[in-house]
Design a protein around this ligand. Structure first.
Ligand code: NAD
Length: 338
């Protein structure tokens, strides 16, 4: 599969390495508007073509597919041009910064018969997949709520807020774990570094069946945290992305209703003590899993886990959260995916 990479900044460099390493992909061209970036690419990978003009690259007939890893606000015109030229495309998250544009892109790709996938990397993370398997076990019971914290110093972006940059991951993870989209949310945020762009956001989401979600993201917290926790009727399941040895921990402790209690006056709840364990997770690089999934979906025509509709749903939730923040935490209802 001949692939072009458009955007080779902080994250694009990971694609550069992965697409070069994988046997299934042939990275033929790298596009970036910054010539200094292209000089670095040429120095390390002399056989890869470079260009500052994505329109010229997308017009080439030897390119089958394209990865778009430019800044979020530029995804729309680049993706539109890729679809016009009949290229399969993997666009970094967020797909675009407007849900209507996301849906339009998705429909155009479907009509043109090209595959559109969004880079929601955590859906290709083996620990997140393991967490979903554990939550599906009878021994987990029903999910009460999910919480996520994604805090650190930066990386501060010029075109989107911390909400759009970081919470996109957790919204995608929650929907994947629950197989449900949120019905409504409320969010508050703070602009501590500069006016008009929140660097901190606290969001509460409501899912069908009374399941709650809470997401905390920050660019101004010196303690790096990357965790998702599920609290169920029988377990607490923790995914800690910073712990390579024990990325998943399961606590079989909880509170149960004491069915043996004879009268209402008796103590009716029991603290349940149990094991704490870390299941083995075969962790491969999520970005490699994601790129392989992209190639396999193109080859066999199957639908990607993070397809255009999934990417649109994430942007719809982000837009609702921005609206709620503007209204100081007012509950905003979210349109359901078609
Ligand atoms: N999936 C993940 O875990 C993850 C992690 C980090 C970033 N990202 C996403 O990746 C994307 C890029 O983020 P980044 O941190 O690499 O940003 P960055 O600013 O470091 O890099 C963006 C690159 O795109 C280039 N560029 C911008 N507009 C262009 C255009 N019109 N034509 C050609 N090149 C252009 C810039 O010169 C720059 O080199 C964003 O959408 C971000 O949300 C995803």
């Amino acid at each position: 599969m001949n692939i072009a990479l458009i955007g080779c900044g902080y994250w694009g460099k990971n694609y550069l390495r992965v697409l070069d390493e994988l046997a299934e992909t042939n990275l033929v061209e790298v596009v970036d508007q910054n010539p200094a970036v292209l000089a670095q690419v040429k120095n390390k990978y002399p056989l890869i073509q470079t260009s500052t003009d994505y329109t010229a690259t997308l017009a080439k007939s030897n390119i089958d597919a394209v990865v778009v890893a430019t800044t979020a606000s530029t995804h729309l015109p680049i993706a539109e041009e890729a679809i016009r030229n009949g290229k399969h495309l993997l666009v970094e998250k967020p797909l675009t910064i407007d849900p209507a544009d996301c849906l339009r892109l998705t429909e155009r790709a479907e009509k043109a018969g090209v595959l559109l996938m969004v880079g929601h990397t955590f859906l290709y993370n083996d620990s997140v997949r393991k967490m979903k398997d554990i939550l599906k076990e009878d021994a987990s019971g029903e999910i009460y709520y999910l919480t996520a914290r994604r805090n650190h110093l930066g990386t501060i972006r010029e075109d989107v807020s911390a909400l759009w940059d970081l919470a996109a991951h957790d919204i995608a993870i929650f929907t994947y774990l629950l197989d449900q989209e949120p019905l409504s949310l409320s969010a508050v945020g703070g602009c501590y570094l500069r006016e008009g762009r929140e660097d901190v956001c606290f969001m509460t989401l409501n899912y069908p069946g009374g399941v709650m979600g809470h997401i905390q993201v920050s660019w101004v917290d010196a303690n790096k945290v990357r965790e998702v926790i599920a609290i169920t009727g029988k377990r607490r399941v923790l995914f800690n992305d910073l712990d390579s040895l024990e990325s998943i921990r399961v606590f079989e402790k909880g509170i149960s209703f004491d069915e043996g209690a004879e009268s209402f006056g008796e103590f009716q709840y029991l603290l349940r003590d149990g094991n704490i364990f870390s299941p083995k997770v075969e962790r491969k690089e999520p970005l490699k899993n994601q790129c392989l999934h992209f190639v396999h979906c193109i080859e066999d025509g199957s639908r990607p886990v993070s397809d255009g509709r999934n990417g649109t749903m994430v942007v719809r939730v982000l837009r609702a959260a921005s609206e709620s923040m503007r209204q100081h935490g007012k509950e905003v209802f979210i349109e359901k995916s078609a």
